[in-house]
Design a protein around this ligand. Structure first.
Ligand code: NAD
Length: 291
């Protein structure tokens, strides 16, 4: 099946990036949100990020204008019914996502594929609330979307091969690389990355190393481009804790228990870069370790 138009639900951090890369790849994009301010902010952000790509000579000024012309916005979810593929990227709450899919279903074309960018909610469960579980799957981008190469494609229990292949074709046209994952908590990237970050926090908690020595050890000793605590601050400590809870609850194994020190940072509101303080304090010229 040839996909030409893509509907993106949710114009937040991820949704604007998804609209951006789809438009650059030549798809017609229809972006929706419940808030007009979110739609306006997303268009402004896309404009700035495209401009940055022009400055780096990754795209031409003509490519930028053509991409912007391919993005339309609407406050009416039902307008997305005409799209060939829908990528839902609204707030990470199951009740929000199921309501979106239930509202969308009566307006869809028979061939429309439904996908979700969820980081943690079961694809099979979301699919079961629609009229087309075989045309439903996970389409999990990494943040920031225009920069990160990987997309995880997650099959629900009922996802058919035609749907998988159509989504794989989209990932390839975006110039990205797909990793195929089964529908279990955390999929692949977060299943492996988050326990490593959590273990780094335990290493700090137990006094094995300082913030600096832990990050330096992984940068220089394992060739990671960023230390695990730096990376946790970048992702957001609340997000890291939420994903650890999903692994802990969903896999029912104590090896995924979130470190109490991670919980303490989140309770303090020290969520990382977005609040200027996490394992590092970002309020000065250079980041200073907080432990
Ligand atoms: P965000 O809070 O930046 O954006 C969510 C947007 O959804 C908001 O603009 C909100 O107004 C909108 N929204 C809420 N309810 C809606 C509805 N009923 N209809 C339409 N729009 C609605 O969140 P985000 O970081 O962009 O995350 C979106 C999704 O992407 C989540 O499922 C998240 O798990 C997933 N994800 C996030 C990351 C990340 O690093 N932030 C990475 C991969 C996947």
């Amino acid at each position: 099946m040839e996909i030409q138009s893509i509907g993106v639900v949710g114009a937040g951090q991820m949704g604007n990036g998804i609209a951006h890369v789809c438009a650059v790849a030549g798809y017609d994009v229809l972006l929706t949100d419940i808030s007009q301010e979110a739609l306006d902010a997303a268009l402004a952000r896309i404009d700035r990020n495209l401009e940055r790509q022009v400055a780096r000579e990754k795209i031409t000024p003509e490519d930028k204008q053509a991409a912007l012309a391919r993005i339309r916005t609407t406050l009416k979810l039902a307008d997305l019914g005409a799209c060939d593929l829908i990528i839902e990227s609204a707030t990470e709450r199951e009740t929000v996502k199921t309501a979106i899919f239930e509202d969308l279903v009566p307006h869809l074309k028979p061939h429309t594929i439904l996908t979700s960018n969820t980081s943690s909610i079961s694809i099979t469960r979301l699919a079961s609330r629609t009229d087309r579980p075989e045309k439903f799957m996970g389409f999990h981008f990494m943040n920031p979307v225009p920069v990160m190469q990987l997309v995880e494609l997650i099959r629900g229990i009922a996802t058919d091969e035609e749907t998988y292949n159509a989504c794989l074709g989209v990932v390839e046209r975006l110039g990205k690389t797909a990793a195929s994952a089964e529908d279990f908590p955390g999929f692949i990237v977060n299943r492996i990355l988050m326990p490593m970050i959590n273990e780094a926090v335990y290493t700090l908690y137990e006094g094995v190393g300082s913030v600096q020595s832990i990050d330096q050890s992984l940068r220089l000793g394992a060739n990671h481009p960023m230390g695990p605590l730096e990376l946790a601050d970048f992702i957001g400590l609340d997000t890291c804790l939420a994903i650890m809870n999903v692994l802990h609850d969903g896999l029912a194994d104590t090896k995924y228990r979130p470190c109490p020190l991670l919980t303490k940072y989140v309770e303090a509101g020290w969520l990382g870069r977005k609040t200027q303080r996490g394992f590092y304090d970002y309020r000065g010229e250079t980041p200073v370790p907080t432990r």
